[in-house]
Design a protein around this ligand. Structure first.
Ligand SMILES: Nc1ncnc2c1ncn2[C@@H]1O[C@H](COP(=O)(O)OP(=O)(O)OP(=O)(O)O)[C@@H](O)[C@H]1O
Ligand SMILES: [Mg+2]
Length: 371
């Protein structure tokens, strides 16, 4: 569970890494791909090919397809492309809950055929989905082709969805796999999201996660994410998740372009970059005690002050400095109380002077640290 949920008023993690159909966003292209797949299954096209770049949402779309197919359709979903053909066969029989499928490959194939013929006879459909199919050995793909020989004189009785990254298309062009390639009844793809699609995608996921404010990301931030992620949902999710984390650490509920840049640097270098003017500006609005606290943290070694364990450890090594600053603060407070008692009118002048003093202190600390 992401730690920033409460801070942004979210009920669920909006940018999780799993292909959760609850967070589905259907662009025009997604709708089209989904409609094509549904049509191909219903029309018993036999082999169906879905290819798209890494992280564009193939698996998410498959889960959606499965949830939309009616109860007359049995689906076996194989996501382990390291399985040899025999493993795929056994996995299918298991998924179709076929009891006593036999010991040998031949027996298992006969059992499967009987099962498919019987389902077809009563008007039911059967689908085999092979996800990550770009990793199958050519030999395995060739054996899978033989499954499409299960057919009546009129139609295929097993629909096979081959799903994978673009190299799957290239692989099917190899001379050895010509026969399989020729049998593909429908080919479809999912393009990356457009910049507008990226914006709608992010807002949709935030809304589903329970955000009341769908404008957490500014327009410039969204444009920067679209540019960086090139419309790939998995990259969008990762960047957005980092942005919310940084927003939480900085206690800001508005994610601007600068935070997106920080998140990208963080993702690429694994380090949080030096904090910039934005944070400095916000610090100037902090209370004097917070300024002292932050100054101490920075004097220690420039760590972000909201990392309690590390900061506590470093503070114990810098007690004299800490107590010096606390003493200064206490002196200022005593002076303030004196002024309240004897010269109330001078109070605000003294407050201004002490704030300026503390501000100078922080400035000197930052200068010392080169920030
Ligand atoms: N249309 C979409 N709606 C909502 N979230 C999506 C959509 N498409 C992709 N995602 C999200 O993007 C991430 C990657 O999606 P998914 O795993 O489906 O991609 P993939 O194309 O199967 O990736 P790979 O090539 O690695 O198998 C997931 O977190 C998923 O939730
Ligand atoms: Mg996938």
């Amino acid at each position: 569970m992401a730690i920033y949920l409460g801070f942004f008023g979210l009920k669920k993690n909006p940018f999780g890494a799993t292909p959760d159909p609850e967070f589905l966003y259907l662009s025009h292209a997604h709708r089209e791909a989904l409609a094509q797949l549904t049509y191909a299954v219903q029309e018993r096209k036999g082999f169906i090919l879905l290819t798209a770049e890494v992280g564009t949402g193939k698996t998410t779309l498959l889960h959606t397809l499965r949830s939309q197919l009616d109860s007359n359709t049995a689906v076996a979903y194989v996501a382990n492309s390291m399985l040899p053909f025999r493993g795929i066969l056994e996995y299918m029989l298991e998924e179709f809950e076929i009891a006593k499928p036999g010991e040998t490959a031949a027996q298992q194939l006969v059992t499967l055929q009987t099962f498919l013929v019987e389902r077809h006879r009563v008007g039911q459909s059967t689908v085999l989905i092979l996800d990550e199919a770009q990793n199958f050995y050519p030999q395995t793909l060739e054996q899978i082709r033989l499954l499409s020989n299960f057919e009546t004189t009129k139609e295929k009785i097993l629909q096979i969805l081959l799903v994978g990254q673009p190299e799957l298309r290239a692989r099917l062009e190899m001379p050895d796999l010509r026969q399989l390639s020729q049998r593909i009844g429908l080919r479809c793809s999912i393009p990356p999201l457009s910049p507008i699609g990226t914006r709608n995608y992010i807002r949709t996921r935030l809304r589903i996660a329970g955000a009341r404010d769908s404008l957490i990301f500014t327009d410039r931030a969204l444009a920067r994410i679209a540019e960086y992620a090139s419309g790939i949902p998995r990259i969008i999710n990762t960047v957005c998740d980092h942005c919310l984390l940084i927003g939480y650490a900085d206690q800001t509920r508005r994610i601007d372009r600068e935070i997106v840049d920080e998140a990208i640097t963080y993702l690429e270098d694994g380090l949080r970059p030096r904090r910039r003017a934005r944070v400095a500006a916000r610090r100037s609005r902090n209370t004097p005690l917070e300024i002292v606290d932050e100054a101490v943290t920075h004097l220690e070694d420039g760590l972000h002050p909201r990392r309690p364990a590390k900061v506590a450890a470093r503070r114990s090594r810098n007690r004299p400095l800490w107590w010096g600053l606390v003493g200064t603060g206490a002196g200022l407070m005593a002076g303030t109380i004196g002024l309240v008692a004897f010269q109330p009118d001078a109070l605000w002048q003294a407050y201004d002077a002490s704030a300026a003093l503390l501000s100078d202190l922080v400035h000197s600390a930052r200068t010392l640290l080169g920030r």
